[in-house]
Design a protein around this ligand. Structure first.
Ligand SMILES: [Fe+2]
Ligand SMILES: [Fe+2]
Length: 271
């Protein structure tokens, strides 16, 4: 199932191809289990990164997204299991998130099958789970999962909603808009808890910084230049404010996002 991390044969030179090198275990937790229908890979380069013109592009995107939602569910479930002493309110936030992400997995599966695809059709990455679950503290996990990955997802999903509406596909726009409503709540409960924690224990800011540094390093290892170059989603200020970011944080994010924008101004297409 996981061909990419097989060790090299004894006595042979390590494979120099980046996609064949094992991921740094210091930065990644063990991959979550998948049944035999799935082929799990470690790096973006090993996925089928079909071009926007490929007839299977949307099928592959939907398959990938279905597995990413599963990662969201698995991360929240791990937080519930790993931090049983956490505030009740926070644990309720994780439990609700598990429920939402499970619904998202099923939504994406229905859409995948509606497009003629099937579970296991394409290789999948579990990088979100592997990066997030590697963080040892709640501050670290919430910083990476909710405040970074899912906050980035708000921009991406909002962009897809707008594109679908402009393309005259209200059904698809509604599909993603319902997901967006849930994702805003996932970012919001984490932002609220993190702000309270930092107010009470300012040293936790160091933990946030440390978690972000490790996550950025790990993300780079998985995605490589190929998986991130030219990827740009305009910051969705309205969703981010609703999700508990301040106006200053939104402005800073918009500035950073613009720096990564492709020169021709084209946004990505379901990437
Ligand atoms: Fe989700
Ligand atoms: Fe989420």
């Amino acid at each position: 199932m996981r061909a990419s991390t097989l060790p090299d044969e004894p006595g042979t030179a390590p494979d120099p191809r980046p996609e064949r090198r094992p991921l740094d275990p210091d930065l990644f937790a063990v991959s979550p289990a998948r049944d035999p229908r799935f082929r799990v890979v470690d790096r973006w380069l090993e996925c089928e990164n079909l071009s926007a013109n490929d007839p299977l592009h949307h099928v592959e995107f939907t398959h990938r997204q279905m597995n990413e939602e599963m990662n969201g569910l698995e991360c929240s479930a791990r937080c519930l299991a790993d931090f049983p002493e956490a505030d009740w309110e926070l644990r309720m936030g994780f439990a609700r998130q598990c429920w939402d992400e499970a619904r998202h997995v099923r939504m994406f599966r229905r859409r995948l099958e509606g497009l003629g695809g099937h579970v296991g059709q394409f290789p999948v990455l579990n990088f979100q789970y592997r990066i997030i679950a590697r963080a040892e503290t709640l501050v670290g996990r919430l910083t990476i999962q909710n405040r970074t990955f899912e906050a980035g997802g708000l921009d991406a999903v909002s962009w897809v909603v707008r594109e679908a509406r402009n393309a005259g596909d209200p059904e698809l726009a509604d599909f993603f808009e319902s997901q967006l409503a849930d994702e805003i709540l996932h970012v919001r409960f984490a932002n609220a808890w993190l702000r309270r924690t930092i107010r009470e224990h300012p040293r936790e800011l160091m933990e946030m910084g440390k978690a972000m540094t490790r996550a950025a390093k790990a993300f780079k290892e998985v995605m490589g230049k190929e998986g991130t170059d030219g990827i740009f989603y305009p910051t969705d200020g309205a969703s981010r404010v609703e999700a508990g970011f301040t106006e200053e944080e939104v402005a800073l994010d918009a500035e950073l996002a613009t720096r990564n924008a492709p020169r021709d101004g084209d946004g990505p297409a379901f990437r």
